[in-house]
Every structure is written in C-alpha cells, then in structure tokens.
Design a binder for this molecule. Structure first.
Ligand SMILES: Nc1nc2c(ncn2[C@@H]2O[C@H](COP(=O)(O)OP(=O)(O)OP(=O)(O)O)[C@@H](O)[C@H]2O)c(=O)[nH]1
Length: 304
C-alpha cells in the first residue's frame, strides 16, 4: 500500500479520548477500530488501564489513547485513574473530549474541560456521544452547553452504537494531525498484551453481571495461556476484597462465575480466533484498591 500520494500528505499522531466516566470513550474507540479491545459497561469507571489503539487509514495513522473517566477520587485506585488520564493530556497531538448527549453538562464536564483547556494539544475536538439516545432538542441544548465549555476547534455528534459519524471522527482527527510516519506496524491494533486483554474481558463480564459496589472491588489477572493446535487453555483469577464478595462472584452452585466465564470466553475466542477453555478462580485480597503495589501489579496504573 502506498503511504503517500502527491495530494494528501500522510499524517500521524496521538489522540487522547477524555471525558467523564461513562461518556462512551471505550465504545467509540472500539467502533473506530472496528474491533473490540477496550471493555465497556454501564457502570461508571470501568476503564482502568490506559490502552492505545492504532487505527490505520490510507493516509493516516491515529494512535488513540483511551483514558479512565475522570471523576472525584474515593481511594488510591481512583487517584491513580485520574493521574493516568490527566498524564495522557501532556503529550498528545489532539484531544477529543466526549460529552454524553443524554446527561446534562455539569461541573464534572467543566472540570474535565478545564484540564483540556490547560493542555498544549494543538487540536481540541468536542464529541457529543450517544446520539441514538437523544432527540433533536436535547441534542441542541447539550451542544450549546458543551460549546460554552471552551473554544473548540471542531465539534462532532456521534453514535458509537449505530456507527453514526464514527468514520467522520477518524477522518476529522486525521486531517488535523501533523505530517508524520506510521509509528506502529500496520498489523498492530493495540498495545495491550493478550494476557491483559483476557483479564480485561473477564473484568468486563464481572462488571456487567455483578451489582452495586462489587464491580469496583473486582480485579482480574490472567495467570497463564497455553496454546494447543486448535485451542487455548487459559487460567485467570478474579480478585475481590472480602469473603462475602467471593461468595457473590461464585454464586449459587457456581452459577455466577460460570456465566462470567461463558460470556468472557466468547470474546476471547473472537480475539484469539480459536476455541478457548477458560478456568476462572476467585481470590480474596483485602483492601487491594488502597494498596498502591497491588494496583500496579494488576496494571491499573499510569505505567512508566
Ligand atoms: N446507546 C448508546 N450507548 C452507548 C454509546 N456509547 C456508549 N454507550 C454505552 O454507555 C456506557 C458507557 O460506555 P463506555 O464506553 O464504557 O464509557 P467510558 O467513557 O469508556 O466509561 P469509563 O470506563 O467509566 O470511563 C456503556 O453501557 C455503553 O454501551 C452510544 O453511542 N449509544
């Protein structure tokens, strides 16, 4: 494939997706990539790991950085997530701030916008998400409120669920990146290891199936992956903070952990392109969310 044509210079760069928890960052990233790498759920603060996804077009390479949603931190994990999200803003070529079209623009958005305003990124894009859930009037008033947050370079309304304007998002950002080479090989879709993606896919299903406070107490680590000719055998551990939570994760007669495992296995099979045997266990690690070392060990930190 030719990278450059006489007419359009090849552009490349880093793009941070920021926004309040639950704004739709991970969903937009997966939709733009056309492949699931980031986990999503209706529970706020699902994203813990920074993930870089690489989107290649004929004339550009976007390295999209998904960040944990910004929020008022309640514990060491919360602080680390904010730190990691804000650190991403320091060195990117573009920032896309996502605002949920269905939730009134409020102090949370103002706080995030304040950080976007202060950062040096040369291109700042407002993205109104979840267009499929919002009527024209609500959309218009949300846009007006979001416009007042800062002097945006551009604005775009998208629905990552229906695909509306997802391609436009990629095109628009590509046009505003600097001229540059492909930084990453064309066949690389993200910077997470298979083990990290497996652990995240299991955590997503735990988030989706467990209610109330438990999801935030859940950490997942992938212990091993063994590849055979036509399948892979995987062992992973779900970490919780209390004995009682362990019982809930396992469920009556093991039903809950089986459900989590079955759902995660489907995504992992799609990722690996082969049959998967997934062996899940549960371990209690009291107060791991307050333990900086444990947060690091699980990879829910800013890295380097
Ligand atoms: N209907 C609809 N739902 C969406 C859309 N985008 C995201 N969602 C839903 O909104 C919820 C949150 O989406 P995420 O992508 O996990 O949001 P996030 O900003 O990454 O959230 P954090 O991890 O908390 O920072 C999920 O239930 C998504 O399915 C959309 O365009 N339309």
């Amino acid at each position: 494939m030719s990278d450059n044509t006489a007419q359009t210079p090849f552009t490349s760069g880093f793009v941070a997706l920021v926004g309040r928890a639950n704004a739709g960052k991970s969903t937009l990233l997966n939709a733009a990539l056309g492949q699931k790498v980031a986990i999503t759920s209706p529970v706020a603060q699902t994203t813990r790991k920074r993930l870089r996804a690489v989107i290649n077009t004929d004339s550009s390479q976007l390295v999209i950085v998904d960040t944990p949603g910004l929020h008022k931190p309640k514990d060491a994990l919360g602080k680390e997530l904010n730190r990691s999200a804000l650190a991403e803003l320091e060195d990117v070529d573009a920032v896309a701030m996502l605002v949920d079209a269905t939730k009134p623009v409020g102090t949370g958005d103002e706080w995030v916008a304040g950080h976007v305003k202060a950062c040096d990124a040369p291109y700042k894009l407002l993205v109104l998400t979840k267009a499929d859930l919002s009527g024209p009037e609500q959309m218009a008033s949300q846009l007006e409120a979001a416009r007042a947050l800062l002097d945006w370079d551009d604005e775009l309304v998208v629905s990552a669920k229906t695909g509306f304007n997802v391609d436009s998002f990629v095109e628009l950002v590509s046009r505003h990146l600097p001229e540059g080479p492909r930084w990453f090989p064309e066949d690389m879709s993200c910077d997470a290891t298979t083990e990290e993606l497996v652990a995240e896919f299991v955590r997503e299903k735990a988030f989706l199936n467990l209610r109330e406070e438990i999801p935030h107490s859940v950490g997942v680590v992938c212990d091993s992956i063994e590849y055979a000719r036509d399948h892979a055998s995987i062992e992973a551990t779900i970490i919780v903070e209390r004995e009682g939570q362990k019982g809930i994760v396992i469920g009556h007669g093991g039903r809950m952990i089986k459900k989590i495992g079955t759902e995660a296995r489907r995504d992992i099979e799609r990722l690996l392109g082969r049959r998967v045997y997934l062996d899940l266990s549960v371990r209690v690690q009291p107060a791991w969310r307050r333990d900086q070392n444990e947060i690091r060990r699980l990879g829910y930190d800013a890295g380097e």
